[in-house]
Each structure stands twice: as structure tokens, then as C-alpha cells.
Design a protein around this ligand. Structure first.
Ligand code: ZN
Length: 385
């Protein structure tokens, strides 16, 4: 069925003015200032956006779709994500990873869950690996995983500067990045290595060392939780000048600074607006550790945090809407070489979010052409909700 969205203010993410957008199958078929199918004889549905904003579906580059956590014992393992956790948050593409636990959480489980959410209408890619080096893989090699497994586009989230890490050295880190890079080259994928950066004092020093001792380009590394401290954010912004992209975690925890404020801060420090992304860390456990590294609190990351961060960045921290949209969609699509994602244009995937022009609240969401949310509520639910 064709769907015609009339009178939308399109941000692609650049402002494109008032447009009518025609969706057919999973793609955007046409985008013009005026489109009409009234005399075409075709069967179609029409939605009047009435001046609402139409923006690219959000891409969450770090989501723990099978659940994560467990740092406080087995009862602290977090539950799996469901379709509507993503769709009601405007997230239409997920990049899925394991975390601290790669013993009871496995890559086959991650791929199966990714397949399930894809069958329900989302776009889902996966990372091989977990916190550990040597990297836990499916086939035995990082490179083979990325070449041979369609959904695998890189490695995540290798832990550095963290008491839960496997204490990798710079050479080991560079070797993982080199394997991911070559795997990516041979498969036509990005081969990025997302790094979980903990609260350790060494911050990103190991990345600087890995870059110094190898020929791996800085853009292969992608540190997340870069909003953990002002010092870490500054170091990440400095490394971004070499081509590295940095990721801000939007789920709120006392262990991190506010992501929206950190985005404004990074832009103020001169970061290239194409080299910052925002992820939810959704369904990760968000443990709070005291100075003695003892667990003193625990929450769970929410996918919806990405949308809240977009609202806060624009409405409270004077980040322009196009720059905020780059951070929640376009940049991850570009960095990870995700075909059809991150931009609204003819031929791109029909992953769309309709936002209230004043509050930026989510009105409607389409994922691969299917309307998932209408009037702020899910109209499609997953197999189990
Ligand atoms: Zn992490």
C-alpha cells in the first residue's frame, strides 16, 4: 500500500522546507513540495502532517537487545528488549552488542534476537565481541565474523579503563582494530571497534598508544560513554580531530554527565558535527560503583533516552535541530556504512519520525515503510508486546 504524507516540514537532516513524502514498500518513492495521487487511480493512504516535522528514524548505535548486566549477581541480569521499546522512542535501527557478560550472554543469542526484531520490522545489525580481549567471536576470528556474518559490522564494546575490562594492552587493541578494519574492507562494511570507556584514570590513553604504534586509522575506534567526565570528553574531542567519532550515552545515571549538555559542550569545543553520535545503552544495567569499586546502585538503560536527549539538546542547550539529528541518526549511518539509513531522500529507506514542531514529542514513526506509532502510541506490537 502506498502512503502519502502531506504538509511535513522535512529535516533530512538539513531543513528541506514543506514537503509531501510518498512511501511505497520499504522506501521513499518521491518527495516534492506538492504531490497528489488523487487522479492516479492508485490505492493509497494519506496522512496530513499539518506542519509537523519529519526527520530520519533514530539509529541507536549501542543497544543491549538481549539484555545485559549481571554485575550484582544473576538477579541483576536485565531483560530482553521488545519491538515497542524502540519504535515508541523513534528508534528504527539498532546496533546490538553484548556487554560485561559473554558467558551466559552469547553471540548466537544476539543474532537470533536481532533476527526476531528484524522480522518484526526494525533494522538490526550486530557487533561481534564483548568487553573482553581476546575477543569472543562466533567463528573464532573477528575478521571472519565481519566477512561471513551478514549482520555483523564491527566489534563492541571492548572495555578499556575499567575495572571490569580484561586489561588489554595497546598492541592487543590495535590488533583487534586491524582485524576489524580488514574484515570490513573485504566485506564492504565499516569494521568499527566500539570501546566501552570506564572511569579509570587512563581514559583514552590506550587508544592514543594504539594509534602511535600502528597504521590503523583513528576512525576505526569509536569510544562510548565519552560523557563520563569533562576530561574524557576533552580527550575524545581532541582525538576526533584525527578522524575518530565519539559516542555519548543518553541513558541517565550518576556515573555520566548529561548527554545533551555534553553534545553542546563538544560542539562548543569545536568537534566536527559529523563525528559525534548518541546511543541509549538500552537494556544495559547501569551500575553505580563507589570509590572502592563496590556496587551501590543499579538501573537499566532505556532506548527512549535518545529521544529525550534530542529534545534536551535542541530545547535546553541550543543545539540546532540538524546537528542534533546528525548525532541521533545520520552520523552513525555514515560511520557504519548502513545503506539507506540516516537521511530522508528518494530511494532511502522509509524510516521516519514525525515530531511536534514545538515540543519535539513523537507523534508517528515508520520503520521500513510500516507505520509503527500513531498519535504517540504503538499501532504495531511485537510477538510478545
Ligand atoms: Zn559500556
Amino acid at each position: 500500500m502506498l502512503q502519502l504524507i502531506k504538509n511535513a516540514q522535512v529535516y533530512s537532516p538539513e531543513p528541506s522546507g514543506q514537503q509531501d513524502v510518498l512511501i511505497g514498500g520499504e522506501q521513499i518513492l518521491a518527495m516534492e513540495s506538492t504531490l497528489s495521487l488523487q487522479t492516479s487511480g492508485l490505492d493509497y493512504a494519506e496522512v496530513d502532517a499539518n506542519g509537523a516535522l519529519l526527520v530520519p528514524g533514530f539509529i541507536d548505535p549501542l543497544a543491549h537487545i538481549t539484555g545485559g548486566g549481571g554485575e550484582g549477581g544473576c538477579h541483576t541480569r536485565t531483560p530482553e528488549m521488545q519491538l515497542t521499546d524502540a519504535t515508541t522512542a523513534g528508534v528504527t535501527t539498532l546496533l546490538a552488542a553484548l556487554g560485561t557478560d559473554a558467558t551466559t550472554r552469547t553471540l548466537p543469542d544476539l543474532l537470533a534476537k536481532a533476527g526476531g526484531l528484524s522480522a518484526e520490522g526494525l533494522t538490526v545489525y550486530c557487533y561481534t565481541g564483548s568487553y573482553e580481549v581476546p575477543v569472543r567471536t562466533l567463528t573464532g576470528q573477528v575478521r571472519d565474523d565481519i566477512i561471513l556474518v551478514d549482520k555483523m559490522i564491527g566489534v563492541a564494546e571492548l572495555a578499556i579503563a575499567d575495572h571490569r575490562s580484561s586489561v588489554p594492552d595497546a598492541r592487543a587493541l590495535a590488533q583487534v582494530a586491524a582485524a576489524a578494519r580488514v574484515g570490513g574492507m573485504l566485506a564492504g562494511k565499516a569494521g568499527v571497534v566500539m570501546l566501552h570507556v570506564g572511569s579509570g584514570a587512563s581514559r583514552l590513553d590506550i587508544v592514543e598508544e594504539a594509534l602511535a604504534l600502528s597504521d590503523v586509522p583513528a576512525r576505526q575506534f569509536w569510544p562510548t560513554h565519552a560523557n563520563r567526565s569533562p576530561e574524557l570528553l576533552q580527550q575524545a574531542v581532541k582525538l576526533s580531530q584525527q578522524g575518530m567519532c565519539l559516542d555519548l550515552t543518553t541513558s541517565e545515571t550518576p556515573m555520566l554527565m548529561n548527554a545533551a549538555e555534553s553534545l553542546a559542550e563538544a560542539l562548543g569545543l569545536g568537534v566536527n558535527p559529523e563525528r559525534v553520535t548518541m546511543s541509549s545503552d538500552g537494556h544495559a544495567s547501569l551500575p553505580v560503583f563507589n570509590d572502592r569499586r563496590e556496587l551501590v546502585g543499579l538501573k537499566m538503560g532505556q532506548v527512549s533516552a535518545i529521544h529525550r536527549a534530542l529534545q534536551q539538546a535542541v530545547l535546553e542547550h541550543q543545539v540546532s535541530l540538524p546537528q542534533a539529528l546528525q548525532a541521533v541518526s545520520t552520523n552513525a549511518a555514515q560511520l557504519c556504512r548502513l545503506p539507506g539509513k540516516g537521511r530522508l531522500a528518494v530511494g532511502q529507506d522509509a524510516d521516519l519520525v514525525m515530531l511536534d514542531p514545538t515540543t519535539l514529542a513523537i507523534d508517528s514513526v515508520w520503520a521500513r515503510g510500516q507505520q509503527m506509532v500513531r498519535d504517540g502510541a504503538a499501532v504495531v506490537t511485537g510477538t510478545f508486546g
